[in-house]
Design a protein around this ligand. Structure first.
Ligand code: HEM
Length: 509
């Protein structure tokens, strides 16, 4: 009899525990946002969210208003869609809203790297030193050198000006990825006279192979991040991970020349913090992803928008030609390729605006914080909002800010000069007559703001500067529509197109 009672009690408590985990007992409390658990226990809205996060969030906003809590794969996410309330969330203390919890889970799953307490501050310290200020001047020179190696190396070989056809997305991603990689991770040592050409050829070959493997991983990434890969793809992702841990291993890294301070400092700091070597290899893979996953796709969209908007292309090309002329390096037949410096890149307000406009349209990160203790926030409308410990709070600025017609007129249109005043200064933006702080958030915000944003900007502008200076460019079919974006990638940075688009290029002079 006693045994039966114990058995029944155990069964009942397991059942109650199971139902609790599935979310059956969760109810909305006073001051909490509307709660929508969907119809499937535990999973909640996961499938709909994965299918098209942007559409799902728009539907929820129509149903519940600017703040709502939804169940997604066992977690309760509170989405805040009102841009005037963003400031309170991104500024809230780390003891309450923490960016690291979520990021740590993701990087462990996708890169096999387990962050320690020191990781975040170490990344930020070396980024401040090498991706901004004086460090950025050095890195921009190294990137210019990479572009010379990959893009301009056979430009002055006296070839006839023949058109070459390529896929634009593949072309831009390939060149920008390889240029960034060589500038950051270093180059083949050229020991002895006459070996420079051989080393350069080796750099071209090796970076090309790395890019091919990277693209395979890149395609699997969104499903991998949600742990939704079918078994065959899971095995392939494992193989690729191991491949990158090996080719980017710190042992191989330290045999290179010209390693950037950003990479070498971070590895040294990790070693000083007693991080084992195999983890440092994995860290290198994570940095490759962070540094190369978005710049190539963004450069593609920027060039494509310019090609589809001839007035924008002409204005930006005139601007870069003028900057080259003023630096004493007019680009014309027979002249050597232009050497673009960081100082020259600071004189291009139209190119800046065109890049920012591109990022507004195609950069769509999701900013997530873990709620570490019950937290009370005051929204812009003055209402008090309680966030529950253990939940997540999330922003998706692509909908709330970047494509918001109350902030940006005709948000679906590319307007290259949207962000610039006629005098070259940056425009201000308003909603309901009130000036907005957050009008474009491709780099995230608060503690997790991208530490590579100045370098990324310099790199993408440098690429477009060189392409416009040295090549005639056109779409093979000028009438072809801009490809749609691949909606499976919402939340992971710059979006990619569903298909590529043919273009051709030839030396300009
Ligand atoms: C168009 C290019 C880029 C875009 C749109 C972009 C965007 C972002 C965003 C939105 C985040 C924050 C994610 C979050 O809040 O969870 C981030 C983080 C990061 N980005 Fe970028 N990024 C770009 C290029 C780069 C480059 C070139 C580098 C380095 C050279 C870089 C290094 C990093 C690192 C290390 C982090 C993690 C920072 C941390 O742990 O706090 N990014 N990036």
């Amino acid at each position: 009899m006693v045994l039966w009672v114990i058995l029944l009690c155990t069964l009942a408590s397991s059942l109650l525990g199971g139902l609790y985990v599935l979310g059956v007992f969760r109810r909305r409390r006073p001051n909490e946002p509307p709660l929508d658990k969907g119809t499937v226990p535990w999973l909640g809205h996961l499938l709909e969210f994965r299918k098209d996060s942007s559409e799902f969030l728009k539907r929820m906003q129509r149903k519940h208003g600017d703040v709502f809590t939804v169940l997604i794969g066992g977690y309760y996410f509170t989405f805040v869609m009102d841009p005037f309330s963003f400031g309170t969330i991104v500024k809230e203390s780390r003891s309450k809203l923490d960016f690291r919890t979520n990021a740590a889970q993701l990087v462990a799953r996708v890169f096999g790297y387990k962050p320690t307490q020191a990781t975040h501050s170490l990344v930020h310290a070396s980024s401040m030193k090498h991706l901004m200020g004086d460090g950025l001047t050095v890195l921009t020179q190294a990137t210019m050198e990479s572009f010379r190696k990959l893009l301009l190396f056979n430009l002055s070989s006296g070839e006839r000006r023949e058109w070459q056809e390529e896929n634009l997305f593949h072309y831009c991603y390939n060149i920008v990825f390889r240029a960034g990689y060589l500038a950051l991770y270093g180059t083949e040592p050229a020991r002895g006279a006459g070996n420079k050409e051989k080393a350069e050829e080796q750099d071209r070959l090796h970076s090309q192979q790395l890019f091919q493997e990277f693209r395979k991983y890149d395609r699997l990434f969104p499903h991998l991040a949600f742990a939704l890969l079918p078994p065959k793809d899971k095995r392939e992702a494992e193989r690729l991970k191991r491949h990158f841990w090996n080719v980017l291993s710190v042992k191989k890294l330290w045999q290179k020349d010209n390693i950037s301070g950003w990479i070498s400092d971070q590895d040294q700091l990790l070693a000083e913090n007693h991080i084992p070597e195999y983890m440092r290899d994995r860290f290198m893979f994570m940095l490759l992803w962070a540094s190369q996953g978005n710049t190539g796709p963004t450069a593609f969209w920027l060039l494509l928008y310019l090609l589809k908007h001839p007035e924008a292309l002409e204005a930006v090309r005139d601007e870069v030609d003028k900057v080259s002329r003023e630096s004493g390096q007019e680009v014309k037949g027979g002249s050597p390729p232009v050497t673009v410096t960081l100082d020259m890149l600071s004189q291009t307000p139209l190119l800046d605006s065109a890049l920012e406009e591109t990022l507004r349209l195609v950069a769509a990160p999701m900013l997530v914080r873990a709620v570490l203790e019950d937290t009370c926030l005051r929204t812009s409308s003055g209402t008090e909002l309680t966030l529950r410990k253990g939940d997540r709070v999330a922003l998706f600025p692509h909908i709330s800010v970047q494509m918001n017609p109350e902030i940006h007129e005709e948000p679906h249109k590319f307007k290259y000069d949207r962000f610039v005043n006629p005098d070259g200064s940056r425009k201000d933006f308003y909603r309901n007559g009130k000036k907005l702080k957050f009008v474009n958030m491709p780099w995230g915000a608060g503690v997790s703001t991208c530490p590579g944003r100045f370098f990324a900007t310099a790199e993408m502008k440098l690429f477009v500067f060189l392409m416009l200076s040295h090549f005639d460019l056109e779409l093979v079919n000028g009438e072809e529509e801009i490809p749609a974006i691949d909606i499976s990638r919402w939340g992971f940075g710059t979006m990619q197109p569903v298909h590529d688009i043919r273009f051709r290029y030839r030396p300009r002079f």
